[in-house]
Design a protein around this ligand. Structure first.
Ligand SMILES: [Zn+2]
Ligand SMILES: [Zn+2]
Length: 140
């Protein structure tokens, strides 16, 4: 999948890009570039950064920016599975959460109704929850 998307853009699925996809597939949560490089010390920061930007454009990688110091990266949702995020406003930690299918269907129904009323054609939704992670505490 990642390979096809890059080839559609005349981009090769190079060893460096394949490594990034492998690492992102293995983390189980969005990661920052420094965290990614800590997991894959064989990658250089400049080429990792360049390859992430290129793969973001090709729809392989999704970049999450939430005012944290560093952007977080994850594989595009249609290469993994639909999910939401818990975002810690204190330390920037992002955790994936998955709602059950019945809840997703009723969310989509609700959004579809609102979108239709506005003459809008909905394609997908994104919902994230902001607050404090267990580590940062409820009322630090
Ligand atoms: Zn935190
Ligand atoms: Zn959802």
């Amino acid at each position: 999948m990642a390979r096809e998307r890059l080839m559609d853009r005349d981009q090769r699925y190079t060893t460096g890009r394949r490594r990034l996809v492998e690492v992102l597939a293995g983390t189980g949560a969005p990661v920052t570039l420094p965290a990614l490089l800590a997991l894959a010390p064989d990658l250089s920061q400049s080429s990792a950064y360049r390859n992430l930007a290129l793969m973001e454009e090709a729809g392989v990688v999704r970049r999450l920016v939430h005012g944290a110091e560093h952007a977080h990266y994850e594989l595009a949702e249609d290469l993994t599975e639909h999910h939401h995020h818990l975002i810690c406003e204190e330390c920037g930690l992002i955790t994936d959460i998955t709602l059950d299918a019945a809840l997703e269907r009723s969310l989509d129904r609700a959004f579809d109704g609102l979108a239709e009323a506005a003459g809008f054609s909905p394609r997908h939704h994104a919902l994230d929850v902001f607050g404090r992670c267990a580590n940062c505490g409820a009322d630090a």
